[in-house]
Write a protein that binds this ligand. Sequence first.
Ligand code: PNS
Length: 179
Amino acid sequence: MSHSSGAATTRLAVVPGSFDPITNGHVDIIERSLRLFDRVVVAVLRNEAKAPLYSAAERVQIIREVFGPRPGLEVDTFDGLLVEYAAARDAAVIVKGLRSVGDYEYESQMALMNRRLQPGIETMFLMPAEPYAYTSSRLIKEVCRLGGDIHGLVPPLVEARLQRTFAMQRDPLNAPRSV
Ligand code: PNS
């Protein structure tokens, strides 16, 4: 397929989520999106009311560290309606990862509601690689907090950071200071 590279034909996809913290499942979906779209914006929900483990600024910084400088990739935050953010960014597509039928139930509701709110924006579902089909930030945090092995489920710097964060929670005086 050939198309000119002017701004009007640039295809921008928004990959939204809480990313508290980013997992290898998220990385997989973002990498797949980067292969499909000219520009990808990872949009971090500023959901401070949900008492996230990491602040929005920390989640953004972690994602930037994981990817390093990558042409076409941007990391941003949003709050309010996702479709309003996507429309303001002139996005053609919202990309979501779909792991299982469990995800489908909720994701299909959100996709149809988002289409009603903003008919010009499509939701596209991508399947993560199989090893990540059963993982989530919530489960990974729980396993790590309880001392279980999360190696391979998150990028190495996220694994180290989670271990420091939970060590600090368990024993604030003896844990490494820098998280
Ligand atoms: O990583 P998560 O927590 O599963 O991501 C969920 C997210 C951020 C995609 C979803 O909660 C969202 O879109 N929130 C923004 C508020 C909104 O638009 N709500 C209406 C959805 S139909």
